[in-house]
Design a protein around this ligand. Structure first.
Ligand SMILES: [Zn+2]
Ligand SMILES: [Zn+2]
Length: 154
């Protein structure tokens, strides 16, 4: 597996590499993401779980309650507790946290979601699709990404 992009936690115990480009990149402005990150939004790279290659360490799964009553499994470095990726229900797809990449500037969101709770001082670029809540991946994702998703959800 050739690794094109790498990232990790703050203490260096957990290092990961991404074996390909992500399926799609979310910038989520929901209140759960704001609380989890202590910030204005989260940047999530959606990618097949088997394309996240662990280079060092073993992230620890922590189930975190969400406002809708469900839980979200967040994987954290066991030492410094920085969250490197998470899952939303389906373990086949990981949501890699963009801020943990070595070069986060290389990633640009493909979509902004939950803009209904976006902090008012953030101005979104006109060129990127934005949705009050969620969107239909079938209409927005590139055909290649939909095909990759179908392959792992089978
Ligand atoms: Zn760490
Ligand atoms: Zn969110």
């Amino acid at each position: 597996m050739s690794v094109s992009r790498e990232g990790g936690c703050s203490c260096g115990s957990v290092r990961y590499g991404l074996a390909s480009e992500p399926l799609f990149v979310h910038c989520c402005h929901c209140l759960n993401c704001q609380r989890q990150t202590g910030s204005a939004f989260v940047i999530n790279l959606l990618i097949e779980a088997d394309r996240v290659e662990l280079l060092a360490g073993e992230p620890q799964a922590v189930d975190v309650p969400r406002d809708d009553g469900s839980t979200q499994r967040i994987y954290r470095c066991p030492t410094c507790q920085v969250a490197v990726f998470s899952e939303y229900g389906r373990p086949e797809v990981r949501f890699v946290r963009g801020g943990t990449l070595d070069r986060p500037a290389e990633i640009t969101p493909d979509v902004h979601i939950f803009t209904k709770s976006k902090l008012p001082w953030i101005t979104l670029p006109e060129s990127t699709p934005a949705f009050e809540v969620y969107y239909d991946s079938k209409t927005l994702w590139p055909a290649g990404s939909l095909e990759r998703l179908r392959a792992v959800m089978r």
